[in-house]
Design a protein around this ligand. Sequence first.
Ligand SMILES: [Zn+2]
Ligand SMILES: [Zn+2]
Length: 356
Amino acid sequence: MKKQMRGLVKEIAGPSGLVYHDDLPVPEIGDDEVLIKVHCTAICGSDIHILDWDAWSEKRIKPPVTLGHEVAGDIVAMGKNVKDRKCGDRVSCETHIPCGECYFCKNGMPHICGNIQLFGCTQNGAFAEYTRIRSDCTFLLDDDLPYEAACMFEPMGAGVHGVEAADVAGKIVLVNGCGPIGLTAVSASKTFGAKKVIACDLLDARLEAAKEMGADLVFNSGKCDLVAEVRKLTDGIGVDAAIDITGAEAAINTALKCLRAAGRMVCVGLPTKPVTLHDMTDDLIYREIQLTGVSGRLIWQTWEDFAKVMKGPYYKLDKVIGGCFALEDYEKALEEIRKGTPGKMLLFPNAEDIRK
Ligand SMILES: [Zn+2]
Ligand SMILES: [Zn+2]
C-alpha cells in the first residue's frame, strides 16, 4: 500500500485556488470507515464557492482541507467495525454525514441532520487518489455502472429529490431550468410517470437537450409568455407541479403563476440573493399552493430512485458531462466552469480511467 498520494488542497481561509500536492499522506481510516481508491470525482458549484471564499464557506470550512465530494471508486481497506462492505466494492458517497443521534436522524430524516458533517468540506474529500469516509455513507454501485455515471448520484440527486417531492406520477410537471440538474429532473419526471413534462430555460441549446431527455414541450422563457403558453396547454388550469432549479426570483414567480390552484412548487435551486414573492396573496395563499424545498438526497431512497432513472430510457449521461480531465489538469477544468461551459467537469486521479 502506498503511503503518499496526489491531491488538491484548499489551503488558505480566503479567496485562493487549489494547491496540487504529490506527497499527501494516504488517509488513515477509523474503525467505522472505509478507504476508497478514487476513480472519478466531479467539481461542484459549492467547490467554486469555497475557492472564492464566500460567507457560506467562511462559516463551515477550516483549511487546509482536501476538497471534492462527488465521487466514485473502489473500497481498498476497511475499519474493524465495518461488516457490510468488502474490498473491491465499487461505491459512491453521500456528502451529508449524519450524526445518528439528533431528532432528525432518529425520525428518518438523516439527510437534514442537525449536526451534519460534510464530506469534502468539513472533512477531507475526494480530489485525491484515495479518500476515507464512514462506511454507512457509501452507496454500492451496480457492476455495469461506469464511474462517470456514478459520480452524478450526489450532484444530480438533488434534482431527483425534487421530483420525488413533486410526486409527479400522472401529473403535468413544469421543470424550470435545464442545466444538468434540470435535465436530470426532466428525465426523472418522465421515468416516474409524469403525464407531461414542460421544460423551460433561457438557452435554446439546453432546451434541445431537454427534449432528448424526455421533455414533451420546451419553452424559451425569455422569448415567450410562459404563463400564457402553459394556460393554453392546460385548458386554462395550470400545471400540477413545478420544480425550480434556477433559484432565480423571476423564474420562481413565473412558475408560481404557471401552477394550478392547490398545485405544488418544489424549490431545488439555491438563490444567491433574497427572493421576493411578487403576489403572495394571489399566487400562493388564495390558490392554496404548496411551497416546499428539498435538501440533498433522501438516504438512500433518492439514490435508488436515481439508479432507476439512469437505467431508464430518458437519462443521457453524455448530456450532463461537460468535460473529463486528469486530476493534475484541474486548472483547465476550473477554467471551463468559470467560462460557463455547460455540464459537470470530471477529474480522474488515474489518467487511464478517462474514457476516450
Ligand atoms: Zn456537490
Ligand atoms: Zn443527526
